[in-house]
Design a protein around this ligand. Structure first.
Ligand code: NAI
Length: 284
Protein backbone atom coordinates (compact mmCIF):
# COMPACT_ATOMS: atom_id res chain seq x y z
CA UNK A 1 0.00 0.00 0.00
CA UNK A 2 1.43 3.40 -0.88
CA UNK A 3 0.42 6.47 1.03
CA UNK A 4 -1.09 9.15 -1.22
CA UNK A 5 -2.54 11.95 0.92
CA UNK A 6 -0.46 13.30 3.78
CA UNK A 7 -1.45 16.10 6.14
CA UNK A 8 1.35 18.45 7.23
CA UNK A 9 0.52 20.64 10.21
CA UNK A 10 2.62 23.78 10.55
CA UNK A 11 4.16 25.52 7.53
CA UNK A 12 7.27 27.02 9.12
CA UNK A 13 10.88 25.99 8.50
CA UNK A 14 10.21 22.26 8.93
CA UNK A 15 6.61 21.97 7.76
CA UNK A 16 7.34 23.65 4.43
CA UNK A 17 10.38 21.37 3.94
CA UNK A 18 8.37 18.23 4.76
CA UNK A 19 5.55 19.36 2.42
CA UNK A 20 8.02 20.06 -0.40
CA UNK A 21 9.72 16.69 0.02
CA UNK A 22 6.38 14.84 0.07
CA UNK A 23 5.13 16.67 -3.03
CA UNK A 24 8.42 16.04 -4.85
CA UNK A 25 7.99 12.33 -4.20
CA UNK A 26 4.48 12.28 -5.69
CA UNK A 27 2.31 12.66 -2.56
CA UNK A 28 -0.69 14.92 -2.26
CA UNK A 29 -0.13 17.25 0.66
CA UNK A 30 -2.58 19.14 2.86
CA UNK A 31 -0.41 21.89 4.36
CA UNK A 32 -2.02 23.59 7.33
CA UNK A 33 -1.11 26.73 9.25
CA UNK A 34 -2.84 29.53 11.15
CA UNK A 35 -2.97 32.28 8.52
CA UNK A 36 -2.94 32.90 4.77
CA UNK A 37 0.11 35.15 5.23
CA UNK A 38 2.14 32.31 6.73
CA UNK A 39 0.96 29.92 4.02
CA UNK A 40 1.87 32.43 1.28
CA UNK A 41 5.37 32.73 2.79
CA UNK A 42 5.69 28.94 2.83
CA UNK A 43 4.59 28.78 -0.81
CA UNK A 44 7.23 31.36 -1.77
CA UNK A 45 9.86 29.44 0.17
CA UNK A 46 8.98 26.17 -1.56
CA UNK A 47 8.90 27.92 -4.94
CA UNK A 48 12.39 29.36 -4.35
CA UNK A 49 13.73 26.00 -3.20
CA UNK A 50 12.31 24.26 -6.25
CA UNK A 51 13.98 26.85 -8.47
CA UNK A 52 17.29 25.75 -7.01
CA UNK A 53 16.44 22.07 -7.06
CA UNK A 54 19.04 21.45 -9.74
CA UNK A 55 21.59 21.68 -6.92
CA UNK A 56 20.12 18.68 -5.15
CA UNK A 57 18.63 16.72 -8.02
CA UNK A 58 16.61 13.77 -6.78
CA UNK A 59 14.92 10.84 -8.41
CA UNK A 60 11.31 11.85 -8.08
CA UNK A 61 8.14 11.22 -10.10
CA UNK A 62 8.17 14.84 -11.20
CA UNK A 63 10.60 17.61 -10.42
CA UNK A 64 8.63 20.13 -12.42
CA UNK A 65 8.03 22.99 -9.93
CA UNK A 66 4.45 23.60 -11.10
CA UNK A 67 3.55 19.93 -10.75
CA UNK A 68 5.14 19.79 -7.31
CA UNK A 69 3.31 22.91 -6.09
CA UNK A 70 0.01 21.70 -7.58
CA UNK A 71 0.21 18.67 -5.27
CA UNK A 72 0.19 20.92 -2.18
CA UNK A 73 -3.09 22.30 -0.88
CA UNK A 74 -2.34 25.32 1.34
CA UNK A 75 -5.07 25.68 3.92
CA UNK A 76 -6.07 27.10 7.30
CA UNK A 77 -8.96 24.63 7.60
CA UNK A 78 -8.02 21.89 10.04
CA UNK A 79 -11.01 19.74 9.02
CA UNK A 80 -9.31 18.85 5.69
CA UNK A 81 -7.12 16.48 7.71
CA UNK A 82 -10.03 14.04 7.62
CA UNK A 83 -8.92 13.21 4.07
CA UNK A 84 -5.35 12.38 5.07
CA UNK A 85 -3.93 8.88 5.47
CA UNK A 86 -1.02 10.08 7.62
CA UNK A 87 -0.33 13.39 9.40
CA UNK A 88 3.04 14.96 10.20
CA UNK A 89 2.94 17.69 12.85
CA UNK A 90 5.53 20.50 12.73
CA UNK A 91 4.18 23.28 14.94
CA UNK A 92 6.07 25.33 17.52
CA UNK A 93 8.01 23.43 20.19
CA UNK A 94 5.60 24.26 23.03
CA UNK A 95 3.80 21.47 24.85
CA UNK A 96 0.64 23.50 25.61
CA UNK A 97 0.21 24.45 21.93
CA UNK A 98 1.00 20.94 20.65
CA UNK A 99 -1.39 19.39 23.22
CA UNK A 100 -4.26 21.55 21.96
CA UNK A 101 -3.57 20.65 18.33
CA UNK A 102 -3.32 16.90 19.05
CA UNK A 103 -6.61 16.99 20.97
CA UNK A 104 -8.22 18.74 18.00
CA UNK A 105 -6.87 16.46 15.28
CA UNK A 106 -7.61 13.36 17.36
CA UNK A 107 -11.28 14.39 17.41
CA UNK A 108 -11.35 15.19 13.67
CA UNK A 109 -9.32 12.39 12.06
CA UNK A 110 -10.51 8.82 11.45
CA UNK A 111 -9.00 6.31 13.91
CA UNK A 112 -6.77 4.78 11.23
CA UNK A 113 -4.61 7.89 10.72
CA UNK A 114 -1.11 7.88 12.16
CA UNK A 115 0.17 11.03 13.84
CA UNK A 116 3.90 11.63 13.41
CA UNK A 117 5.39 14.36 15.60
CA UNK A 118 8.33 16.25 14.16
CA UNK A 119 9.35 17.58 17.54
CA UNK A 120 12.87 18.49 18.67
CA UNK A 121 12.63 17.34 22.25
CA UNK A 122 9.12 16.67 23.58
CA UNK A 123 8.56 13.06 24.61
CA UNK A 124 6.45 11.09 22.12
CA UNK A 125 4.73 9.27 24.98
CA UNK A 126 3.71 12.67 26.37
CA UNK A 127 2.38 13.75 22.96
CA UNK A 128 0.46 10.48 22.61
CA UNK A 129 -1.21 11.18 25.98
CA UNK A 130 -3.12 14.05 24.33
CA UNK A 131 -4.82 11.53 22.00
CA UNK A 132 -6.92 8.39 22.25
CA UNK A 133 -4.66 6.62 19.73
CA UNK A 134 -1.33 6.18 21.52
CA UNK A 135 -0.38 3.11 19.41
CA UNK A 136 -0.65 5.32 16.31
CA UNK A 137 1.56 8.14 17.55
CA UNK A 138 5.23 8.16 16.58
CA UNK A 139 8.14 10.60 16.43
CA UNK A 140 9.67 11.51 13.07
CA UNK A 141 12.52 13.87 13.76
CA UNK A 142 13.41 15.20 10.32
CA UNK A 143 16.66 17.04 9.70
CA UNK A 144 16.81 20.55 8.28
CA UNK A 145 16.67 21.30 5.32
CA UNK A 146 14.29 18.37 4.90
CA UNK A 147 14.51 17.84 1.11
CA UNK A 148 18.32 17.63 1.34
CA UNK A 149 18.70 15.40 4.40
CA UNK A 150 18.23 11.69 3.88
CA UNK A 151 18.19 10.47 7.51
CA UNK A 152 15.28 10.69 9.94
CA UNK A 153 15.44 9.85 13.65
CA UNK A 154 12.28 7.83 14.33
CA UNK A 155 11.09 7.64 17.93
CA UNK A 156 9.05 4.75 19.31
CA UNK A 157 6.79 6.06 22.08
CA UNK A 158 5.97 3.81 25.01
CA UNK A 159 2.80 2.55 23.27
CA UNK A 160 3.72 3.00 19.58
CA UNK A 161 2.72 -0.18 17.70
CA UNK A 162 4.89 -2.22 15.34
CA UNK A 163 2.32 -1.53 12.58
CA UNK A 164 2.82 2.22 13.08
CA UNK A 165 6.60 1.80 12.87
CA UNK A 166 6.21 -0.23 9.65
CA UNK A 167 3.80 2.28 8.04
CA UNK A 168 6.09 5.17 8.98
CA UNK A 169 9.14 3.43 7.54
CA UNK A 170 7.20 2.85 4.34
CA UNK A 171 6.26 6.52 4.01
CA UNK A 172 9.83 7.59 4.73
CA UNK A 173 11.10 5.19 2.05
CA UNK A 174 8.62 6.72 -0.38
CA UNK A 175 10.06 10.13 0.57
CA UNK A 176 13.56 8.91 -0.25
CA UNK A 177 14.58 8.74 3.41
CA UNK A 178 16.31 6.24 5.60
CA UNK A 179 15.70 6.10 9.34
CA UNK A 180 17.16 5.08 12.68
CA UNK A 181 14.60 3.98 15.28
CA UNK A 182 15.28 4.90 18.91
CA UNK A 183 13.31 4.61 22.14
CA UNK A 184 11.51 7.56 23.66
CA UNK A 185 13.17 10.09 25.98
CA UNK A 186 13.07 13.89 25.86
CA UNK A 187 15.45 15.09 23.13
CA UNK A 188 15.82 11.47 21.89
CA UNK A 189 19.45 10.80 20.90
CA UNK A 190 20.22 13.72 18.58
CA UNK A 191 18.91 16.71 20.47
CA UNK A 192 19.79 15.55 23.97
CA UNK A 193 23.38 15.95 22.81
CA UNK A 194 23.08 18.67 20.17
CA UNK A 195 21.00 21.15 22.21
CA UNK A 196 23.39 20.84 25.12
CA UNK A 197 26.35 21.39 22.78
CA UNK A 198 24.79 24.46 21.18
CA UNK A 199 23.76 25.92 24.55
CA UNK A 200 27.31 25.39 25.88
CA UNK A 201 28.81 26.95 22.74
CA UNK A 202 26.68 30.04 23.45
CA UNK A 203 28.03 30.09 27.04
CA UNK A 204 31.55 30.08 25.55
CA UNK A 205 30.66 33.13 23.52
CA UNK A 206 29.03 34.82 26.50
CA UNK A 207 32.16 34.13 28.59
CA UNK A 208 34.28 35.61 25.77
CA UNK A 209 36.39 32.48 25.48
CA UNK A 210 36.35 32.65 21.67
CA UNK A 211 34.67 34.46 18.79
CA UNK A 212 31.66 33.08 16.90
CA UNK A 213 33.87 32.14 13.95
CA UNK A 214 36.53 30.47 16.10
CA UNK A 215 34.02 28.38 18.07
CA UNK A 216 32.64 27.06 14.77
CA UNK A 217 36.11 26.64 13.18
CA UNK A 218 37.23 24.40 16.05
CA UNK A 219 34.37 21.99 15.40
CA UNK A 220 34.89 22.08 11.64
CA UNK A 221 38.67 21.79 11.50
CA UNK A 222 39.37 19.70 14.61
CA UNK A 223 36.40 17.32 14.46
CA UNK A 224 35.55 17.40 10.77
CA UNK A 225 31.98 18.64 11.37
CA UNK A 226 30.40 20.21 8.29
CA UNK A 227 29.02 23.05 10.39
CA UNK A 228 29.94 24.47 13.78
CA UNK A 229 27.40 24.62 16.65
CA UNK A 230 26.64 28.32 16.21
CA UNK A 231 26.07 28.00 12.45
CA UNK A 232 23.83 25.03 13.22
CA UNK A 233 21.91 27.10 15.77
CA UNK A 234 21.28 29.80 13.14
CA UNK A 235 20.04 27.15 10.71
CA UNK A 236 17.65 25.56 13.22
CA UNK A 237 16.38 28.90 14.57
CA UNK A 238 17.37 30.31 17.97
CA UNK A 239 13.70 30.50 19.03
CA UNK A 240 13.37 26.75 18.42
CA UNK A 241 16.68 26.10 20.20
CA UNK A 242 15.52 28.02 23.29
CA UNK A 243 12.17 26.19 23.36
CA UNK A 244 13.95 22.82 22.98
CA UNK A 245 16.46 23.55 25.74
CA UNK A 246 13.56 24.62 27.97
CA UNK A 247 11.76 21.32 27.22
CA UNK A 248 14.91 19.38 28.23
CA UNK A 249 15.34 21.50 31.37
CA UNK A 250 11.73 20.94 32.45
CA UNK A 251 11.70 17.25 31.45
CA UNK A 252 14.84 16.21 33.32
CA UNK A 253 14.79 18.85 36.08
CA UNK A 254 18.53 18.97 35.57
CA UNK A 255 20.40 22.29 35.75
CA UNK A 256 22.79 21.20 33.01
CA UNK A 257 20.01 22.12 30.55
CA UNK A 258 19.52 25.69 31.86
CA UNK A 259 19.30 28.01 28.85
CA UNK A 260 22.23 30.38 28.39
CA UNK A 261 21.19 33.99 29.17
CA UNK A 262 22.76 35.16 25.89
CA UNK A 263 20.52 32.73 23.97
CA UNK A 264 17.45 34.15 25.75
CA UNK A 265 18.55 37.71 25.06
CA UNK A 266 19.06 37.02 21.34
CA UNK A 267 15.59 35.46 21.08
CA UNK A 268 13.99 38.40 22.90
CA UNK A 269 15.79 40.69 20.42
CA UNK A 270 14.28 38.78 17.49
CA UNK A 271 17.68 37.43 16.42
CA UNK A 272 16.44 33.99 15.37
CA UNK A 273 19.20 33.15 12.88
CA UNK A 274 18.67 32.53 9.18
CA UNK A 275 14.91 32.90 9.28
CA UNK A 276 15.08 36.47 10.64
CA UNK A 277 18.27 37.45 8.79
CA UNK A 278 20.30 37.90 12.00
CA UNK A 279 21.64 35.40 14.49
CA UNK A 280 25.26 34.67 15.30
CA UNK A 281 25.87 35.54 11.65
CA UNK A 282 24.12 38.01 9.34
CA UNK A 283 22.11 36.75 6.34
CA UNK A 284 20.82 38.75 3.38
P1 NAI B 1 8.66 27.51 12.92
O1 NAI B 1 8.49 28.49 14.01
O2 NAI B 1 9.44 27.86 11.71
O3 NAI B 1 7.21 27.00 12.42
C1 NAI B 1 6.19 26.61 13.29
C2 NAI B 1 4.85 26.86 12.57
O4 NAI B 1 3.80 26.30 13.36
C3 NAI B 1 4.53 28.34 12.37
O5 NAI B 1 4.34 28.61 11.00
C4 NAI B 1 3.26 28.52 13.20
O6 NAI B 1 2.36 29.48 12.63
C5 NAI B 1 2.67 27.12 13.14
N1 NAI B 1 1.64 26.88 14.14
C6 NAI B 1 1.64 27.22 15.44
N2 NAI B 1 0.49 26.82 16.02
C7 NAI B 1 -0.24 26.19 15.06
C8 NAI B 1 -1.51 25.57 15.04
N3 NAI B 1 -2.27 25.54 16.14
N4 NAI B 1 -1.94 25.03 13.87
C9 NAI B 1 -1.19 25.07 12.77
N5 NAI B 1 0.04 25.66 12.72
C10 NAI B 1 0.50 26.22 13.87
O7 NAI B 1 9.28 26.22 13.63
P2 NAI B 1 10.07 24.98 12.96
O8 NAI B 1 11.51 25.22 13.05
O9 NAI B 1 9.44 24.64 11.66
O10 NAI B 1 9.75 23.84 14.03
C11 NAI B 1 8.53 23.11 14.00
C12 NAI B 1 8.69 21.85 14.84
O11 NAI B 1 9.75 21.06 14.26
C13 NAI B 1 9.12 22.14 16.29
O12 NAI B 1 8.53 21.20 17.14
C14 NAI B 1 10.63 21.98 16.23
O13 NAI B 1 11.17 21.67 17.48
C15 NAI B 1 10.76 20.82 15.25
N6 NAI B 1 12.03 20.69 14.55
C16 NAI B 1 12.72 21.80 14.12
C17 NAI B 1 13.92 21.65 13.42
C18 NAI B 1 14.66 22.84 12.90
O14 NAI B 1 15.82 22.68 12.43
N7 NAI B 1 14.11 24.05 12.92
C19 NAI B 1 14.48 20.32 13.14
C20 NAI B 1 13.62 19.22 13.53
C21 NAI B 1 12.46 19.42 14.24
Amino acid sequence: MSMQVVGVIGAGVMGSGVAQNLAQTGHHVLLLDLSETILEKAKQEIQNNLRFQGFFKRETPSDNPEDVLARIKFTTDISVLREAEFAIENIVEKWTIKREVYTQIDAICPPSIIFAANTSAISITQIASATKRAPQVIGTHFMNPVPMKSMVEVIRGDRTSDETIAATKMLLTQMGKDCIVVNDAPGFVSNRVLMLTINEAIFLLQDRVASVEDVDRIFKTCFGHKMGPLETADLIGLDTILLSVEVLYESFNDSKYRPCPLLKQMVYAGKYGRKSGQGFYTYK
